[in-house]
Design a protein around this ligand. Structure first.
Ligand code: CMP
Length: 234
């Protein structure tokens, strides 16, 4: 649920409590956990506000205490979505780790509450705390797996396969059946590297073949098995 404008600035929560929502601090011993929590600043963002711009230099890691952000990249002047991150996720770590410019844009999709950790504190946390470093590696590995699977999908699947895979991924964000996120055909086209016309045609075919149902703005997966095989997952 989105916060109403105004609520977001007033929300002042206990950093330690917020930090508990972030999985990579999960195994951190209490003493180290408290030390990290004490270093965090809070930052609030309104829906639509940009927080990171691709190409900028960066000195901060962000943890999402509540809200949703979108990670995107500009390629040939067009913006493409890479990921949607929510409470418990983090971002901005890449520039802190390799000292290269920010790899992507990050924009708040809802009013969001972030926790901010500065470069030196981040590095000290990792040096002092191997479990935290392992938690970070685990999270980054998961991201790389997702990215690999996306690349595999883009290279190996035709447009129908890519659409089917994306729809399954979005259904899995919810209950595996109904896609609760509202996406336009134009956005789907951007995400899979195709055109809006092709996506519209593909969605129509999937619906005619009863793999999905489209009612107004709601898309429902009707035949999971057939969708998975179209998406190259079976
Ligand atoms: P950084 O490069 O510092 O700034 C942009 C951030 O976006 C980056 O760190 C990551 O935290 C995040 N990011 C980049 N690519 C992805 C991706 N494929 N999935 C999730 N997050 C990403």
């Amino acid at each position: 649920r989105s916060l109403r404008g105004g609520d977001v600035a007033e929300l002042r929560l206990d950093p330690a409590e917020l930090l508990r929502k972030v999985p990579f601090f999960e195994d951190t011993p209490a003493e180290e956990f408290d030390k990290a929590a004490a270093k965090l600043r809070q930052r609030t963002l309104s829906a639509g506000e940009a927080i990171i711009s691709q190409g900028d230099r960066g000195n901060t890691l962000y943890l999402i205490a509540r809200g949703v952000v979108r990670v995107s990249r500009t390629v040939n002047g067009e913006e493409h979505n890479l990921a949607t991150l929510m409470a418990g996720d983090f971002f901005g770590e890449m520039s802190l780790i390799d000292d290269e410019p920010r790899s992507a844009h990050v924009i708040a999709m809802e009013n969001s509450n972030l926790l901010v950790l500065l470069r030196d504190d981040f590095q000290r946390c990792l040096e002092d705390n191997p479990r935290m470093a392992l938690g970070l590696l685990r999270a980054l590995t998961k991201r790389l797996r997702l990215a690999d699977s996306k690349i595999g999908g883009l290279v190996l699947l035709d447009v129908t396969g890519r659409v089917a895979r994306l729809l399954l991924e979005m259904a899995d964000e919810n209950d595996g059946v109904v896609i609760s996120r509202k996406v336009t055909h134009h956005q789907i086209a951007q995400m899979i590297g195709s055109s809006r016309e092709t996506v519209s045609r593909t969605m129509r075919t999937l619906a005619e073949e009863n793999l999905i149902e489209v009612a107004g703005k709601t898309i429902t997966v009707r035949d999971r098995e057939a969708m998975e095989s179209t998406a190259g997952l079976r």
